[in-house]
Design a protein around this ligand. Sequence first.
Ligand code: FBP
Length: 551
Amino acid sequence: MSERSPLHNVRFAYIPKVPEILNLPTAEIQALPGDIVEPATDMESLKKIFPHSYSKPSVRFIHGEPSEAKALKLGVLLSGGPAPGGHNVIAGLFDCLGKISPESRLVGFKGGPSGLVDDKSMPITAELVDSYRNTGGFDMVGSGRTKIETPEQFAKALATAKRHGLDALVVVGGDDSNTNAALLAEYFASCTEPICVVGVPKTIDGDLKNEWIEASFGFDTATKTYSELIGNICRDAPSGRKYWHFIRLMGRSASHIALECALQTRPNVAFISEEVEEKKMSLAQIVEIIAASVSARASKGENFGVILIPEGLIEFIPEMKILITAINELLTKEAEAFKSLPGVSGQIAFISERLPGTSALLFASLPAEIQAQLCWDRDPHGNVQVSRIETEKLLVSMVRERLATLAADGSYKGKFDFQTHFMGYEGRCAFPTNFDADYCYSLGFAACLLARAGCSGYIALIRNLASPASEWIPGGIPLVSMMNIECRHGADKPVIRKALVELDGKPFAAFASQRETWALSSDYRLPGSIQYFGPAAVTDAPSMILQLERS
Ligand code: FBP
C-alpha cells in the first residue's frame, strides 16, 4: 500500500481506550484466581482428554503489590478467517510486553497454525506494529485454517516453540482455532513443557461467546459494514421500485450477523437459521414465506423489497441438513473414489447414485450449480464451505416458480424482478470500529497478562462491554470449560461449543416482535457508515445485540 488514504494515516494515531486496570504499571497488575469453571456437559470425557487442563479457575486482574519485572518471549498466530481488529490484538500484546520489560520479544508465526508447525516466523518490531495499528486485515503475519491434529504436527509445534524459547503462544481464532489452542496447551503440559497457550476470541460470525465471553471481536465492525450497505440498498429499493433484493450474509453457522443487520435496518423479510431449525421448516415453507410477502406488497403496488438470508441457513433446514450430512459421510468414506472423478457432472452423478431415498430426491430437485456447490471440498475442520453455496440464487429461482403458479391461479398480480447480493468478505478486513479497536487492544493486553501469570489453556476475555471502555473488566477462563464432545468427520471430538442465536433471548424477541410490521411497511432504518469522529453515541456504540443482551 504505497499510497495511504487520509483516514488510514489518521487511524495510526488513534489511542485505544482500555479498562482502567490496564492503565496501571504492569508490575502492579496481579492475576487473581476465582472459582473453578467446569464445562456444561461431557465432563467425564473431557476430564480424560484434558487431564492437565481440567478444573481450573476463572481469572481476573486486580491492583496488587509490585512484582519483579521479567522479560517474556511470546509467539502469536492468527487463525481462520480475518476479523477487523486482529492487528490491534498484536499491538496490545506488543505494548504490554514492552511495559513488562523492554527486553521482552514477540514473534509472529506466518500464515496461521501452519507457520507454527513449519516454523515460518517473523520478529514483530515496534516499526511493524506502528504501521498496522487500528487498521483492518490479518496481513501483518497472515492467517490460515490448518488444523493441528496429527502427533507429528503437535511434536513439530512444540519443537518450534522450544526453538524460539517461547514462554507462551497466543492463538487468535474462532471456535475451531481455540479448540486447537486447548489441545496444544494440553499437549505441552503432558510433555512437562512450561509453555503457556492462550487463546483470543475472534470471528465476525459472533458465535464464540458464552456467559463469560460477551462478544467475539470483529463482529461489531463487520455487521456495521454490512448494515451500512443494506441500509443503502433499503433506500435504493423504494427509489427504483423495481427489485426485490436477496442479500445473503456471512455467518457459517449461527445467524448473529443476519439478526444484528435485521435489527439495524428493518428489512421486509429476514430468516434466522436457528428458528428455521426449531420450527423444522422445509425449503418449500421458506419459499412460501417469501412469496407471501412479495404477493402482499405487490397488492399495495410495492413490487420491491429487501430479504436477508444467513449463509448458514442451508444447513439448518432439516431436510437439507440430512442431505448435507449424507454427502459429508459419503465424501469421508469414499474420498479416494470421489477425488478420482474427472468432472463436476461425474461427481454429481456419483453422489446422486449413493444418497438414500428422500435425500436423493431433494438433491435431484436442486439446480445443478447448487448440487455442485454442495459437493465442493470441506474445510480442514470438516465444515461445508457455506460461503460458496449461493442460497440466495436457489431461493430466487424457487420463489419465481412459486409466483408463476400463484399468477396462473390469479392470486398474484405483481411484477417480480430481483437482484442478488452476497456480503461477507467486504466486512472482514474493514478498518475496525472504535469498539473493535479498543476491544482488540484490550484483549491483546489481557492475553499477555494471562501468559505472564502462567495461565495455560485459557482464553482472554473482557466483560461489561456495553459500558464505556474504562469500566470493562479483563480476565480469562479455561478453554476446556467451553468445550463439549461432537461428532466431526464421523468421530467424537472435543470442540468448543458454537453459540447459536437464542430464540428466547432479548435480541431475537426484539426482532420477532417487529418483523410483521417490517414485512408490509417500507419503514427501513438507515445506519449510515462507520464513524470515528464525533459524539460517543455515534462512534462508540456497541452492536444492538450486545446492548439488548446486556440491558
Ligand atoms: P472464522 O470462523 O474463521 O472467523 O471465519 C468465519 C467466516 O468468515 C465465515 O463467516 C465464512 O463462512 C468463512 O469464514 C469463509 O471462509 P473462507 O475465508 O475460507 O472463505
